[in-house]
Write a protein that binds this ligand. Sequence first.
Ligand SMILES: [Mn+2]
Length: 266
Amino acid sequence: MCLKKLISRSIELNIKRPDRHENMIKRRRDLPLIIIGDLHGERDSLKEILEITSDERDSLFLFLGDYVDRGPDCMGLLEDIINFQINNGERVILLRGNHEDWDMNIRYSFASELIAKGYEGVIEDIISWYESLPLIALFDDVIALHGGVPKPIPSNIDDLSRIRATDPLGMQILWNDPLDEGYWPRGGGTKPFNAEDLEAFLKLTGAKLLIRGHQYVPNRGYKLNFDNRCMTIFSASYGYGWPRCFVYLPPCDFNVGDVEKYIIRI
Ligand SMILES: [Mn+2]
């Protein structure tokens, strides 16, 4: 399939999901859930994760966004992800990260990669693809998004699902970080969230665990905040050879106290 067709098929899959409600995916956690964090153009990481999980193709695969920028082959990674989505249909859910944004791509590396490789003709298609990506996925007791809890927290789920990436609250969903000892302000309308904010967000959504990406955790690839209720996972190593992580969560009930055992380091 040519690149333009691949992208437009992926847009259709993103938009026409029966479990999509505005910008939120809502479905039961009735299958194993495999969650992959930021990949940033590292095709090898995706390849390794898909090899490790090759016996688990009946699982749900959730990607937390930040597919492009920084890494060596963002266009190749995008093609791999879209092919994987097309081959596995609705069991592959792609969320939007803060790098699924053309202004970011100009500031970082993806725009120049596309131009250097002669892909100018698909830039518009890629921007439309970004716009087709949902922001949040809710699987009963697990909620996932790229960045963090938006503040003020909307008063009901419908308002939360209607938030768009370009809204101030949407920007926060894509950019916010937990307030911990490693926190550093990113500016630009982003806000840190603390244990109380997270508690209110979990109460609103009925979840007991938030899984997000967005922050690299040096030498670990993951972190747990707020009594394990906020899990950060990262699936790229930025070329440092540091551990990369993903989540394998079976469809049974789990205790937040020991969620660390569901994090797989490669
Ligand atoms: Mn990010």
